[in-house]
Design a protein around this ligand. Sequence first.
Ligand SMILES: Cc1cc2nc3c(=O)[nH]c(=O)nc-3n(C[C@H](O)[C@H](O)[C@H](O)COP(=O)(O)OP(=O)(O)OC[C@H]3O[C@@H](n4cnc5c(N)ncnc54)[C@H](O)[C@@H]3O)c2cc1C
Length: 508
Amino acid sequence: MKKAIIVGAGPAGLTAAYELLIKSDIKPIVLEQSGDIGGISKTVNYKGNRIDIGGHRFYSKSQTVMDWWTNIMPVEENQGEMPEKSYKRSNKDDQKMMVRNRVSRIYYLRKFFDYPIQLSKKTLSNLGLVKVFKIGISYSKSQLTPKKEINSLEDFFISRFGNELYQTFFKDYTEKVWGVPCSEISAEWGAQRIKELSVWKAILHNFKIKSKKDNSVSQKDVETSLIERFLYPKLGPGQMWETVAKIIEQKGGEIIMNAKVIGLHKNGNQIKSVSYQKSGDPNPHIIEGEYFFSTMPVQELIRSMGKEVPAQIVKISEGLKYRDFITVGLLVNKLELSNSKSQDELIPDNWIYIQEKDVYLGRLQIFNNWSPYMVASDDKVWLGLEYFCNEGDHLWNMDDADFIRMAIDELDKIGIIKKEEVVDSTIIRMPKAYPSYFGSYSEFDQIKKYTMEIDNLFLIGRNGMHKYNNQDHSMLTAIRSVDNIVSDISSKENIWNVNTEQEYHEEK
Ligand SMILES: Cc1cc2nc3c(=O)[nH]c(=O)nc-3n(C[C@H](O)[C@H](O)[C@H](O)COP(=O)(O)OP(=O)(O)OC[C@H]3O[C@@H](n4cnc5c(N)ncnc54)[C@H](O)[C@@H]3O)c2cc1C
């Protein structure tokens, strides 16, 4: 029987394994370095309180992916109106997904601003007339005298929104996320992430949402940054991927945990085997196969291919940059914000962008509002304080207890909690959460070409392709790779085309 060796048990690796089992006779063997299923999309269970790293909305413009998810975990029936805080907690073990409303706002000047920004009375009074006037003037200027060349993310933002709006709502938050000035980030990031969003589309979208009554989760005509409604497994994204992992094993696939891939061994333009190390076992194991799927970071993949790789490819790979991520889980009795005296009156946000300049905190998750099952007790609020950093920088290197103390102080300082209300806490570090579009990224095509020429090697997923892929994109890269194998298509271009607007046109 032919074997496919798959590196990584995140969404891409597990989707590849599942697809191989239902579409071919090839046996998938997944090697996962950690003890967890789901990669970045795992759910961490801390004393019955669950953390979703980053907050994972399940939505896709691809019907293939929507059907895939709901086939594994059907949507809970009889939801009627959106299930909000009063959602019953009785059937927590159901393998079901809920339909959720997206609520996220911007916290700036110790006040809430709607996301996307609306030209409402509240926004105007929060900002003050002088600021609003400046925003209007600079937006008009950007439209009347458009920038001729868009060389950076800063140019991209200014040309879309004007300088004043950029300075007010985009600059600081984006620089917190990426750790470098927007002027040093490629405009491609904006083009990919924000796509067609503009001031006018945001305003129009706002009117459309107000008049929209149906409860469907169809997202085909909604820009990615504005997705309003999404599916969510009751116990967080990890529940989806743990369910998929079980199905893979039931159908005859194999998942080897705590197995870190350290070498890929090539012969001509074919990979023949990989070596991996089991934790606690100093002797490497070797496994042979006919197909190889990699979701490990491209930089680590190139390193694991050893001396065979041309020096230029190694140089580009070593120049790739990543952004790392820390979540502090805080269990609190209540929030300080006006309407949050009890759980029933909790503010509605799934997450809040923290635009304040005087704290490192980037985003705040309120896990109760993702799913009530994420929280062990109804009378507590379970928060995720998200920090963007670089492995090895002062935030990353901080002692856990010191970091948690700092996080609590920051949330108290900006008026969201009182420190005395904190009852428990934990911290999770997630390296390489974001593949960055700077460093040597502009030369990435050379790595792509080099790896594409290795016939039986498929780079899939997010870090696996060094691409800002969400779960659905990561899955589609796996689905297309398997389809190519099954249909004997040797070109891999269609895999790299995922997560471009063109792809959505194809699917429509
Ligand atoms: C803050 C944040 C918010 C996000 N929000 C959303 C969202 O709302 N909706 C959405 O759809 N997506 C979201 N995403 C994206 C989503 O997390 C990713 O698209 C998805 O997890 C990528 O899947 P993957 O399998 O490619 O990679 P990963 O999830 O990174 O999984 C890769 C796996 O490979 C393993 N691995 C790595 N190296 C090795 C090795 N050498 N040997 C063995 N195993 C190895 C890792 O341990 C990991 O388990 C978000 C991401 C972040 C960071």
